[in-house]
Design a protein around this ligand. Structure first.
Ligand SMILES: Cc1cc2nc3c(=O)[nH]c(=O)nc-3n(C[C@H](O)[C@H](O)[C@H](O)COP(=O)(O)OP(=O)(O)OC[C@H]3O[C@@H](n4cnc5c(N)ncnc54)[C@H](O)[C@@H]3O)c2cc1C
Length: 413
């Protein structure tokens, strides 16, 4: 299979092709999303074969498929739960590099996502959406969002939710950027005021949004797990992309050194040890060896999860282990990188080590310990669903959502 993939990449990779054309070629061949079904841009490959495809592609030096929220979260969710018509309408754009966002978290519903309050009410053949989302990465440039909204507040919180694909460019949606400590504004607040969703954009049954969202969340944990470092093709999800630019330019832009790829993460730290003459320093050596070990453990965990999935298990609670490993790895990297830089770590902007790249990786290290479910939530999942420990008390599980004191309902008399 690896030889077959290598043969295809050798025959077809052309750095002068426009990025959009390359991505479509890749998608049509099935080598871009090989774990998807053959009729939907894939080859139906078992997930544990994916690393071999990635290795074959890298040997040739070819740009990987687009890899953001659209491709890693929305695509697999539509493949699993979408209707034939939805797959036909949305998957071609997704594999071609479209940018989507994830409209899940709200001011009153993050870890407890089932407490989402944003409402969707049917009006003829459209749903009318009102409410607010927060921390929505890429909302300012996304074409579509995957939305969890409450369609029946009289039901208990997990039962009254539905899942939609919503077009972002419409008068009922206002996106306000939130500035991060990196200086960038990747995520946003999103306000809905009578925003519209066609009825046939509901994914899964009415009131079955929670089950559909669980598929998205399991894929998100896999995307953010340490073992996945380096297995995705590019980090194209958050930036606007010039689909007309030569694909070779995209290679530099989408596979930067640093936390985005496994060997890149190790290389960045090793490079800093050389630059700041710390390769003989016993403490630095110990830390670098620790990072290498964590990366190897993460890779092994990831392979085990992929093997379990191949044997028929759902990508469920086990992926939380990989996500926790990623969180630990990034924190260790941050501390080690800043220690290696010594006093230079206090510089900012272009004077800072690697033109600010070290700070960007370091200041972004919080991302994985919060986004996609916090470390504490991953430990709850491992405790309850992997180890079978007693569940947390859930007093609100059978109470109609309208009677719960959550979100803005908290302040009502
Ligand atoms: C960089 C980044 C990008 C993000 N992008 C998106 C996005 O694109 N779309 C989106 O929908 N969301 C996004 N998020 C939001 C993210 O999913 C939430 O921040 C996360 O789920 C936590 O929710 P919260 O912030 O409301 O914290 P809370 O749920 O309020 O948690 C606060 C603290 O309480 C702890 N806690 C809560 N409940 C429990 C419990 N039961 N047991 C133990 N501890 C608990 C948490 O671990 C945390 O430490 C992003 C977040 C970050 C940091």
């Amino acid at each position: 299979m690896r030889a077959e993939a290598a043969e295809w990449f050798t025959a077809n990779w052309d750095p002068s092709l426009p990025l959009g054309a390359w991505w479509m070629l890749l998608a049509r061949s099935g080598w871009g999303f090989p774990t998807w079904p053959a009729e939907w841009f894939g080859r139906g490959l078992a997930p544990n074969l994916l690393p071999a495809v990635v290795a074959a592609r890298r040997e040739v030096g070819a740009v990987g498929p687009p890899a953001g929220i659209a491709q890693n979260l929305a695509g697999p969710t539509l493949v699993a739960h979408g209707t034939h018509d939805q797959k036909q309408r949305f998957l071609p754009g997704i594999v071609g590099g479209e940018i989507w966002c994830q409209l899940f978290s709200e001011p009153g519903a993050g870890s407890d996502l089932a407490a989402a309050q944003t409402s969707a009410v049917l009006d003829g053949d459209e749903w009318v959406v009102n409410g607010q989302k927060v921390w929505t990465s890429g909302a300012q440039i996304a074409r579509y969002g995957i939305l969890v909204a409450r369609t029946d507040p009289s039901l208990p919180k997990h039962q009254g939710l539905s899942y939609f694909v919503i077009e972002m460019d419409q008068p009922g949606i206002e996106v306000r950027p939130i500035r991060e400590m990196t200086g960038r504004a990747i995520f946003n607040e999103v306000f809905f005021t009578d925003a519209r969703v066609p009825a046939d954009n509901r994914v899964g049954g009415l009131g079955e949004g929670w089950a559909v969202a669980l598929t998205t969340l399991a894929n998100e944990r896999t995307m953010l797990s340490a073992g996945s470092f380096g297995s995705s093709g590019s980090a194209a999800g958050i930036r606007s992309i010039d689909l007309e630019a030569p694909a070779s330019d995209a290679l530099r832009a989408t596979e930067p050194e640093g936390a985005g790829s496994g060997s890149g993460a190790g290389d960045l730290v090793l490079g800093l040890a050389t630059e700041f003459d710390r390769r003989q320093d016993p403490i630095a050596r110990q830390e670098i060896a620790r990072i290498h070990t964590l990366l190897e453990i993460a890779r092994y965990t990831d392979l085990r999860v992929r093997a379990a999935v191949e044997a028929g298990a759902r990508p469920g609670p086990e992926v939380s282990v990989g996500k926790l490993a990623a969180s630990h790895l990034l924190r260790t990297m941050r501390e080690t990188m800043f220690r290696l830089c010594g006093p230079y770590a206090t510089l900012w902007g272009p004077d800072a080590p690697r033109g600010g790249r070290v700070h960007e990786v370091g200041f972004s290290s919080y991302l994985i310990s919060i986004g996609g479910g916090t470390d504490q939530i991953q430990r709850n999942i491992i405790g309850e669903r992997v180890l079978g420990l007693p569940r947390e008390p859930r007093a609100d599980k059978d109470v109609p959502f309208a009677d719960l004191r959550v979100g803005t309902q908290r302040s009502q008399a």
